[in-house]
Write a protein that binds this ligand. Structure first.
Ligand SMILES: *Cc1c(COP(=O)(O)O)cnc(C)c1O
Length: 366
């Protein structure tokens, strides 16, 4: 028995005809850059998020960087985010020359601790990037109140949370602007790199639409110097197909999470994910916490069950950020969770009997 952490092949097999048709449609037209597929995907993804605008870009990292840029962030500014995210979040801050400022996370939700933000705000703070980690929305009302009080921009990192809801609203519309990644393993994944920004602000959307395509307004007329960060037309066509299934896939993920939660009930040593009131998560990852994590992970591996750790070394302790001068014990919640978290197999096609087997192995070994 082999159970992968994610199974992209099973998903492809379930929609093969639709995907193959979309790919051939693009190749037949030999329309590979921008064009109708990109425009339509942007319309459809904006509609899905119940936002006014979506702009396709090359990947989620550049989506974040462009969002920070059009929000007016520069090299004098500080940006607050969390140390328990993928390095792309902080790379985007450095790309525009701003300074990374970390805030520890809440031990229940693993999202930014709203009670620890204010003490990190200085005269230089210009933005907060809440990360909706594992597909669970951050506590946006409190974050937005702080933003109002201190005149800060809010850029949601929604790379793991396509379709998640906070108080009835989709992530992507809960701050000034949001970035999404369509990396293949994400809830909405392309067949290569892809990303998007989502916003209700027309000016921000137009600026990004210009910047992602060499700062141009017309062919060979460049308003500013920009970037080559376009969403590929082939990826857009694939994403349009997959977007039609996203709601169902997210619902399936929630069902799998409920089954895991239920089967782990007899084992209080296994700490299951807590869901913030008034939110609908999308379980990009199903993450439990256990003591003896490394031993358990090894046993699961021997039994054919793939798992992951998201993330094993917090960003403030990464060699890349030694220059920031953070030390161990500075973010105790993040550091403790990094030693206990374990991501279990999670995807829409995961079988109930596989979940039962995983829970049985874990229950016996805990
Ligand atoms: C995947 C991810 C990104 C980066 O997206 P890419 O498309 O790989 O550039 C950014 N932030 C978070 C939290 C992610 O999980």
């Amino acid at each position: 028995m082999q159970i992968p952490l994610v199974d992209l092949k099973a998903q492809y097999n379930s929609i093969k005809d639709e995907i193959d048709e979309a790919v051939h449609r693009v190749i037949d037209k030999t329309s590979f850059i921008m064009g109708e597929e990109v425009r339509k995907f942007e319309e459809e993804f904006a509609l899905f998020c119940k936002a006014k605008y979506a702009v396709g870009v090359a990947n989620g990292t550049e989506a974040l960087m462009l969002a920070l840029k059009v929000c007016g962030l520069t090299s004098c500014d500080e940006v607050i985010t969390v140390p328990n995210t993928f390095i792309a979040t902080t790379e985007a801050i450095t790309m525009i020359g701003a300074k990374i400022v970390f805030v520890d996370v809440n031990p229940d939700t693993y999202n930014i601790d709203i009670n620890k933000i204010e003490e990190k705000i200085t005269a230089k703070t210009k933005a907060i990037i809440p990360v909706h980690l594992y597909g669970q929305p951050a506590d946006m009302d409190t974050i937005n109140q702080l933003a109002k009080k201190y005149n800060l921009k809010i850029i949601e990192d929604a790379a793991q949370a396509h379709g998640a809801k906070y108080k009835g609203r989709r992530v992507g519309t809960l701050g000034d602007i949001a970035s999404f990644s369509f990396y293949p393993g994400k809830n909405l994944g392309a067949y290569g790199d892809a990303g998007a920004i989502v916003t209700n602000n027309e000016e921000l959307a137009q600026k990004i639409a210009m910047l992602r395509n060499h700062g141009r307004t017309k062919k060979y007329l460049h308003e500013v110097e920009g970037f080559n960060s376009r969403l590929d037309a082939l990826q857009a066509a694939i994403l349009r197909v997959k977007l039609r299934h996203l709601e169902d896939w997210n619902e399936e993920r929630r069902k799998k999470a409920e089954l895991y939660n239920h089967l782990f009930e007899p084992f209080p040593e296994i700490i299951t994910p807590k869901v913030l009131e008034n939110t609908v998560p999308v379980y990009h990852l199903y993450v439990v916490r256990v003591k003896n994590r490394d031993r358990l992970q090894n046993i699961l591996k021997i039994k054919g069950i793939s798992t992951g750790i998201h993330y094993p070394l917090p960003l403030h302790l990464q060699p890349a950020y030694s220059y920031l001068g953070y030390e161990e014990r500075e973010f105790p919640v993040t550091e403790k969770m990094s030693k206990e978290i374990l991501s279990l197999p999670m995807y829409a096609e995961l079988k109930e009997k596989d979940i039962a087997y995983i829970c049985e192995v874990m229950g016996a070994e805990i």
